[in-house]
Design a binder for this molecule. Structure first.
Ligand code: HEC
Length: 138
């Protein structure tokens, strides 16, 4: 438990510079791409971004264990295997993931046949999107 806490604290320390790196305003616009499939809803149920439900809720995703949204039942085998290793989303991992989820899944699982169920991806504004998602956390 202590180790977990230290890890979480380290992650937070890394998450802060990302806020400065990316531009949350630009990220808000760029997130329109993601909104087709993702909402951002607080634990209290407030929808900060009303989006699709094809993908999991992205509230406070950075620092959260991969594939761990309890009320989301559509995770594919690949991302579940990564989540089972205990891996937690960092700003860097998230930037690589949204650039090409399939490459990320193959890399993390070590399985060249592993596939992502996320068909969305983006070649730009990755840091901005991360900054935007961090800015939404209350
Ligand atoms: C066409 C629909 C679609 C679009 C567009 C999309 N996603 Fe996804 N996303 C998904 C699905 C489906 C999953 C679940 C992936 C799986 O099960 O392999 C997912 C998973 C994720 C996860 C993992 C969450 C977790 O609980 O571990 C993150 C983070 C994410 N998406 C971010 C983004 C971002 C950022 C964008 C915009 C650049 C985006 N997504 C665009 C459908 C989409």
């Amino acid at each position: 438990m202590k180790k977990l806490f230290v890890t979480a604290a380290t992650m937070l320390a890394f998450a802060v510079p990302a806020l400065a790196d990316g531009d949350a305003e630009a990220g808000k616009k760029a997130f329109n791409l993601c909104k087709a499939c993702h909402s951002v809803v607080t634990p209290a149920g407030e929808a900060l971004v009303k989006g699709g439900k094809v993908g999991p809720n992205l509230y406070d995703v950075i620092g959260r264990q991969v594939a761990s949204m309890a009320d989301y039942t559509l995770y594919g085998e690949g991302i579940l295997a990564v989540g089972a290793t205990g891996m937690v989303w960092t700003d860097d991992e998230l930037e690589v993931y949204m650039t090409d989820p399939n490459i990320w899944i193959k890399d993390k699982t070590g399985n060249p046949d592993a596939k992502s169920k996320m068909t969305g991806k983006t070649a730009k504004n990755q840091e901005d999107i991360v900054a935007y998602l961090l800015s939404l956390v209350q």
